[in-house]
Design a protein around this ligand. Sequence first.
Ligand SMILES: CC(C)(COP(=O)(O)OP(=O)(O)OC[C@H]1O[C@@H](n2cnc3c(N)ncnc32)[C@H](O)[C@@H]1OP(=O)(O)O)[C@@H](O)C(=O)NCCC(=O)NCCS
Length: 170
Amino acid sequence: MALRLDIQKHKDIPRKQLEEIASLKDQHWPHGVDSQISWILDNYEENDVHLILYRENTPVAYASLNVISCQMDSQAEEILGLGGVCVDRSCQKQGLGKEIVEGANRYIAQQGKPGLLLCHKELTEFYSRCGWLDMPCGKVTVAGKKFDHYVMSYGKAYEGVKRLAIPKNF
Ligand SMILES: CC(C)(COP(=O)(O)OP(=O)(O)OC[C@H]1O[C@@H](n2cnc3c(N)ncnc32)[C@H](O)[C@@H]1OP(=O)(O)O)[C@@H](O)C(=O)NCCC(=O)NCCS
């Protein structure tokens, strides 16, 4: 069945698509659809992007990319943070997760900024199959709180970063 990837800047996202995104995300992180929408409206900037994968006009997978300025040791680095990656529960394990992440990879490559993601150990295999690299770091903080899981990058290989400070969740 035909797949279509729609990429929308946050500033242009129609309410209908926000609701589709919220419903997809709520299958996996059940905070309620209204709470999902409020979180997006509170946390996204104009040039962040939403990627929605449709199969026959039905939304089946989602991901977002947030433009974030991180601190890596003594250097500021602007990255695209890949977040919210999810596939409709009834459509998992059909290659759609890989499809949406590869769409995000193409956008990252066009922007010429590295991609970064945060995940738990059990998902590192999935992301490495999508072309992402492990990024071993010393101390990582997200919004000022210690982050104890995994960081991965796309488009740039990092080595020996001792301190990574990411100012917000994504
Ligand atoms: C994780 C998730 C996005 C994967 O999507 P999916 O459509 O089921 O995965 P795909 O079918 O595209 O799998 C692509 C490849 O990754 C592998 N893979 C998928 N999920 C995996 C997992 N949890 N662990 C290891 N490998 C995995 C697949 O076997 C496949 O390998 P192949 O290319 O050799 O065939 C999806 O299961 C999901 O929505 N999970 C819940 C939300 C979530 O946890 N999101 C991640 C937040 S960081």
